[in-house]
Design a protein around this ligand. Structure first.
Ligand SMILES: [Ca+2]
Ligand SMILES: [Zn+2]
Length: 218
């Protein structure tokens, strides 16, 4: 069964979560066997065992990375290797979508005009290549615009349920921000978040919130 999966390849992400969990189990077991061979068996077998461990490691990485959509992966590819390392790890335990990595001149100046960024090209951390900033949100996404649109449908009256949903969604952003910061700290990756720019754990001391925004402090 595993061979069939390997022959099919894993692009673009044909696995369900259950299949992925199965694959990870199988590969981990293969790696354990290969490690055993490597340390206990005839030295002549060691190169083959080492190759198997390497191949399994690469495949495991690919299977894990496939949890992002192709669009998210493409955006992640435009980012600094440390951001790639961190967010490859994040998605394993917290499903999320990457909205933006590198941003070109047109896009940067557009988000400036729209008030979504305070910075014009080429001064944003999204403007270096590879990008040292990344915008990412927990999955599934509920845009504030969607909540507003729903409320307009009710003659401008936001229902209690909609208001609660919108508030909870904001809470999810803070939950995710804290989670990512904690993981980055554990991995020794210096990270700044748009929900607490000065990193003093106080989220009420800033005038501009950019909750999906994470950047490396280099
Ligand atoms: Ca702060
Ligand atoms: Zn950003």
């Amino acid at each position: 069964m595993l061979d069939n999966f390997i022959q099919q390849g894993c692009k673009p992400d044909p696995f369900t979560r259950r299949q992925r969990a199965y694959l990870e189990d199988q590969i981990t077991s293969l790696m354990t066997q290969a490690c055993y061979l490597h340390y206990k068996a005839d030295p002549l077998l060691r190169p083959a065992a080492e190759r198997l461990v390497k191949k399994c490691g690469e495949f495991l990485k690919e299977v894990r990375m496939a949890k992002y959509s192709e669009t998210s992966l493409k955006r992640l590819d435009s980012c600094h290797p440390l951001l790639q390392k961190l967010f490859t790890e994040v998605v394993l335990t917290y499903d999320c979508s990457i909205l933006c990595g590198f941003r070109n001149e047109t896009d940067q100046n557009r988000v400036f005009e729209e008030g979504r960024s305070r910075i014009k090209w080429p001064d944003s951390r999204h403007n270096s290549s590879p990008s040292i900033a990344l915008d990412v949100v927990p999955y599934p996404i509920v845009w504030p615009e969607t909540a507003k649109m729903l409320s307009r449908l009710k003659d401008g009256q936001t229902t209690k349920a909609q208001a609660l949903y919108s508030t909870k969604d904001l809470a999810r952003m803070y939950y995710f921000g804290g989670y990512v910061l904690g993981l980055a700290h554990g991995m020794g990756i210096p990270l700044r978040w748009g929900g607490d720019w000065d990193g003093d754990r106080d989220i009420h001391d800033q005038t501009f919130d950019d909750l999906p925004h994470f950047e490396l402090v280099l």
